[in-house]
Design a protein around this ligand. Structure first.
Ligand SMILES: Nc1ncnc2c1ncn2[C@@H]1O[C@H](COP(=O)(O)OP(=O)(O)O)[C@@H](O)[C@H]1O
Ligand SMILES: [Mg+2]
Length: 393
């Protein structure tokens, strides 16, 4: 019998559409001789839908507006040892049993551990990070603190907390001056460059941080690399065994950002909002890539070693992409962030290493099933007589 793989995508996230594109690539990459593939679309209202129409990206613009019109709303539930999917308006229809979940979601409310938590509750094997790995990968502030605690090379930074920003304004400003302007400010929990601000000088500090605080309670403020080269690497595996892909150099609008927002010249204003399309950041067509990136041997070594370390300390699993920044002037390498479910699952990097997209998906599914089997061996409950003491005598 074939394994039923449920591909989850969409969700209440600013990266909903990008997730649909990534997921559609996965739906077509999965080997139909090995798997029954079930696409499960999570609407922007977090309702679940199924339907054969989900195999065709051309239909998606309509689904997003009104998914119920063409697709079937379903409930996903545990029934004994099985996990089942059944249309909510057709309770007499035979439910579909799913064996493994393949989340292809991006951003808040889904990639941040939320979907992992749901799947964990269902006791279903799944291909991506667990709750902790997902949430550490989403929150830039906690992520940076974990990097720092593990000596991961990174730019100087500090975190602004919205609840005491006014009260401790002078202290925060002191921290900013210590790193020196220009600085970059990022809302802790967003992606695709949304809400990111360049702070050119001290008298912009207050206004720019307040702008970021409209998006989040926490803001990461960090040293801005003016002559930036951006490189990414993917890691596949689990906490026992992981390996890295070739490295890509990307330029995607944010290098335009250099021209547009460079404090030393270029255009007016310093907002990066929307400066690059979400698609570009997530690895879609508009990104220009060079694989393998041209790097000095030492830089390559630092990136590869750091990537494996990041994968480990952030409790990662499955397939992730880790993004680095290189200061072209000094040659220094800094780790920027992890994407726990990267756009297009970074298939273009693995293909370069000889791993085709379908094989990549096979490996992720195998990994998920192995993790599940290993976990099943651990003890999560034990018999006790505690409640016997509460019986009415
Ligand atoms: N410290 C920095 N110096 C220069 N540019 C930066 C810095 N941090 C981020 N950027 C630019 O902003 C982009 C988005 O920032 P990033 O931290 O990757 O957040 P996101 O989650 O939105 O991708 C980066 O890809 C890079 O082009
Ligand atoms: Mg990024």
């Amino acid at each position: 019998m074939k394994i039923c793989v449920a591909v989850f995508f969409g969700g209440k996230s600013t990266e909903h559409e990008i997730s649909c594109i990534s997921a559609n690539q996965v739906l077509h990459a999965l080997n139909s001789e090995k798997y029954d593939v079930l696409p499960i679309y999570i609407s922007k209202e977090n309702e679940f839908f199924i339907g054969d129409e989900l195999f065709d990206l051309a239909n998606y613009a309509d689904f997003i507006k009104d998914p119920g019109r063409t697709l079937q709303k379903v409930a996903i539930y545990k029934d004994g040892n099985a996990v089942k999917v059944r249309p909510v308006n057709g309770m007499f229809k035979k439910p579909i049993n799913i064996d493994v979940a393949f989340p292809v979601v991006h951003g808040t409310n889904v990639e941040d551990g939320s979907l992992a938590g749901f799947l964990q509750m269902l006791d279903l094997p799944f291909t991506s990070c667990d709750v902790l790995g997902g949430s550490l990968g989403q929150d830039k502030a906690v992520m940076k603190d974990v990097f720092k605690a593990n000596d991961i090379p990174m730019v100087d930074y500090f975190i602004v907390y919205g609840n005491d920003f006014e009260e401790n304004y002078e202290e925060y400003l002191k921290k900013a001056k210590k790193i020196r302007f220009p600085l970059i400010a990022k809302p802790a929990n967003l992606g695709s460059s949304i809400g990111i601000e360049v702070i050119k000088k001290a008298d912009e500090f207050k206004e720019k941080i307040e702008e970021c605080l409209k998006y989040d309670f926490k803001v990461v403020v960090e040293d801005m690399i003016k002559d930036l080269k951006e490189v990414n690497i993917s890691v596949i595996g689990n906490q026992n065994k992981a390996r890295f892909s070739p490295i890509e150099e990307v330029s995607n609008g944010f290098l335009d950002f250099d021209k547009k927002y460079n404090p030393n010249g270029g255009a007016k204003g310093s907002k990066m909002k929307g400066a690059k399309s979400a698609g570009a950041s997530k690895g879609m067509a508009s990104t220009v890539r060079i694989v393998p990136a041209k790097l000095e041997a030492q830089q390559k070594k630092i990136i590869e070693e750091t990537a494996l370390k990041v994968f480990k300390v952030l409790n990662s699993f499955g397939l992730v992409r880790i993004d680095f920044m290189i200061d072209r002037k000094s040659g220094n390498v800094y780790c920027n962030e992890i994407n726990t479910i990267p756009g297009s699952l970074a298939f273009y990097l693995w293909k370069h290493a000889g791993l085709e997209f379908d094989q990549e998906c096979d490996e992720m599914i195998e990994n998920a099933l192995n993790r599940y089997a290993l976990k099943a061996k651990k003890t999560y409950s034990f018999d006790t007589t505690i409640l016997e003491n509460y019986r009415k005598k």
